[in-house]
Ligand binder design. Sequence first.
Ligand SMILES: Nc1nc2c(ncn2[C@@H]2O[C@H](COP(=O)(O)OP(=O)(O)OP(=O)(O)O)[C@@H](O)[C@H]2O)c(=O)[nH]1
Ligand SMILES: [Mg+2]
Length: 238
Amino acid sequence: MEPIDISVILPCYNERDNILLIIARLLQVLAGSVCELIVVDDDSPDGTAELVRAEFANDPRIRLIVRTRERGLANSIRDGIEAASGQIIVVMDTDFNHNPDDVPLMCHIARRVDMVVGSRFIFGGGMPHKGRYYASYLYNLAMRLLLGTRMDDNLSGFFAAPKAVLLRLELDKIFFGHGDYFFRLLLKSQEHGFHHVQVPVVYSDRHAGAAKMGILKIFAVYTREVFRVFWMKVIGTW
Ligand SMILES: Nc1nc2c(ncn2[C@@H]2O[C@H](COP(=O)(O)OP(=O)(O)OP(=O)(O)O)[C@@H](O)[C@H]2O)c(=O)[nH]1
Ligand SMILES: [Mg+2]
């Protein structure tokens, strides 16, 4: 059997109406590659895992990790990364916020650099709602000023990188919480001197289902975390 080249990590919680569609599309766009898709499900009550098991029981390209003892987006991504057999890792949402069609280009570039970052805020990127787009844009500017990150999109959570490169980072200091892990990942990788390339990505609205955290809660949690990291940088403990 050929060694696995690309591992796509698909963290999910209650995504029964999205997961099979996103898997099908990824298998189409990655048809020319030796790939695996790793679904990391936190024991979703809506039966997401059972659906994947029933549909892909005999397909070695689809791996299912069901976590019953822990919950959380960031540490489910870490579990996926550690379990991955591929040389290139891709991390993306399962609700179609991230477009599976962007994955081949990101993987292609990831072979030549340390990390490919999907960005809504460079030329060619975007979001469907103008209001949310500008709010996120301004939030990102504030993050860049406070934390000194050089990336335009510090919260997209859509990236590709060689596994060996990712494992050089201090994963314990990055992979906890929700989508805020992503700015810690970018900051730590910037400090490690990673060569990053940004690729424009256009978000779509969530295809089906509901967000796991309301926008106000996200704002409060992320802002608290931005200030915590800012302060750690000031006192030299980051
Ligand atoms: N394994 C796991 N996945 C999660 C968890 N929370 C969220 N996810 C997944 O992480 C991705 C992003 O979560 P969303 O709820 O879509 O967050 P969002 O993109 O800010 O919200 P929307 O605007 O509604 O799309 C989705 O694929 C979720 O299924 C969790 O606790 N565990
Ligand atoms: Mg989403």
